[in-house]
Design a protein around this ligand. Structure first.
Ligand SMILES: Cc1cc2nc3c(=O)[nH]c(=O)nc-3n(C[C@H](O)[C@H](O)[C@H](O)COP(=O)(O)O)c2cc1C
Length: 185
């Protein structure tokens, strides 16, 4: 698969890190892009910053010199994780003012898989209306709501309960989090 992982300035950089840790560049073409504000929040939440595996391709949000900025060369899937309400609103309204936003716009128009992992609480009507628009446009909204029935013991394990659902939707096999009513292998 050709995957674009987009990181924004919402809290929850650990979700992006745990997802990137699971994506093997030997098996998938993995591209990463950060929004303008992502580095500030990443620096606050991840000591040492975002770790990228060898082979992952990092793109600048100000350069359209990447394949996915054009409908002629879209990725198979794009995951915005975590997704700020600002980025979510801009995607919902077709604002393509930087590379991350343009790629999301391309994904929607080309009917590829767009997974948004929004994190905000509480939600305003503006947020909910934007959710509605994006669902109608074909995006998957997978809110950053971890689960606890598997009794995760660490912050990373809590994050993995969410990342597991992202991987499920990408149809990438994993052993990240216990499944309900299934014995671990
Ligand atoms: C420490 C920190 C945490 C933040 N957490 C969130 C959040 O969880 N959700 C959100 O929508 N915005 C959050 N913000 C605000 C966004 O970073 C801000 O709206 C920014 O403009 C988003 O830009 P972007 O969408 O280009 O990343 C946070 C900001 C800071 C500094």
């Amino acid at each position: 698969m050709r995957l674009l992982i987009a990181v924004t300035g919402a809290s929850g950089s650990v979700y992006a890190q745990r997802l990137l840790d699971q994506l093997d560049p030997a098996q998938h073409e993995v591209h990463v892009i950060q929004s303008q504000y992502a580095p500030q929040v990443v620096a606050t939440e991840l000591p040492g910053g975002l770790r990228l595996r060898d082979g992952v391709q990092l793109h600048n949000h100000r350069s359209m010199n990447l394949p996915f900025a054009s409908g002629s060369n879209p990725p198979d899937a794009m995951v915005v994780i975590p997704c700020s309400m600002g980025t979510l609103g801009r995607i919902a309204h077709g604002v393509s003012s930087d590379t991350l936003l343009r790629c999301a716009d391309v994904i929607l128009k080309e009917r590829r898989q767009l997974i948004l992992v929004p994190r905000e609480t509480p939600l305003s009507l503006v947020h909910v209306k934007n959710f509605e628009l994006l669902l109608q446009a074909g995006a998957l909204i997978l809110p950053a709501n971890p689960s606890f029935y598997g009794r995760p013991a660490t912050v990373e394990a809590v994050a993995d309960t969410l990342v597991a659902r992202v991987l499920d939707h990408l149809k990438i096999p994993h052993q990240l989090a216990a499944r309900w009513c299934e014995e671990p292998e």
